[in-house]
Ligand binder design. Sequence first.
Ligand SMILES: [Zn+2]
Length: 303
Amino acid sequence: MKFEVTILGNSSATPMFNRNPTSQVLNINEHLLMIDCGEGTQQQLLRYGIRYNKIHHIFISHLHGDHFFGLIGLISSMSLNGRKRDLKLFGPKKLMDIIHLQLQSSDTHLSFKIDFFPLDPENTGLILETRDYTVETIPLNHRIPCTGFIFREKKRQRKILKDRVDELQIPPEYFPLLKRGIDCTDSRGKVFKALDLTEESETPKSYAYCSDTMYDKAYISRLTDVNTLYHETTFMHDMIDRAKETHHTTAIEAAQIAKEINAEKLLIGHFSARYKDLSPLLLEAKTVFEDTFIAEQGETFTI
Ligand SMILES: [Zn+2]
């Protein structure tokens, strides 16, 4: 199953050095989910060839402008393109008031319905469950209410061992039961054992998105079984005082979190405009957690 994330923006606060404010698109088995939507996000979608009418879920972490100022533009373009399908939008309670005000003031009538789900920034919760995946929220520690998201693949059915079933000429009508681990018996009493004819599917993967936040044990304890962690890294560690003051994280701290939760991969982003060259941030994080990568715009990472 496909499970990957494409980075559209990795800048904090303002667009800088060709870096756009935060946005990402997850592809889970060809379902596209957008996380945050900073200014200029729709141009990034065009640049990287992602069709916005294929996006049916958008998650907004908090109401600082660098995380949602691109949303009204994107919604409006979707409508101009005649979108019909509902858009599921998850975000802080006030987000919908802001969108309503923008639409009303410009006398804009959307061609589609926005299905809005207000987030509870104080508590964890399961906010979406589909056949393929779930989405959980985690409260982050920022200057204003801010929510992180964990996207988890669901456990798949067992896989048929093609050679075995061909060899034993097992009729395909038994496959659905065998995949569920159920033994089958044919009309002559012959038993087909699920465990002999199928194998375990791959272990499901998960992706956590943590932006913006300062280091806080409370949310870190929720990041269990996360394979790929995206964590904001606004500053280098010599700026730890500034990071604490503004409720952000340093490269060392993000790497410590990845190490603590035993992640396989750490993506860092949300860089301060003070860093033109990002390699020192990467090198700093790597001193603690080797498998760290810069969340470069346009890059796609397999979870
Ligand atoms: Zn923020």
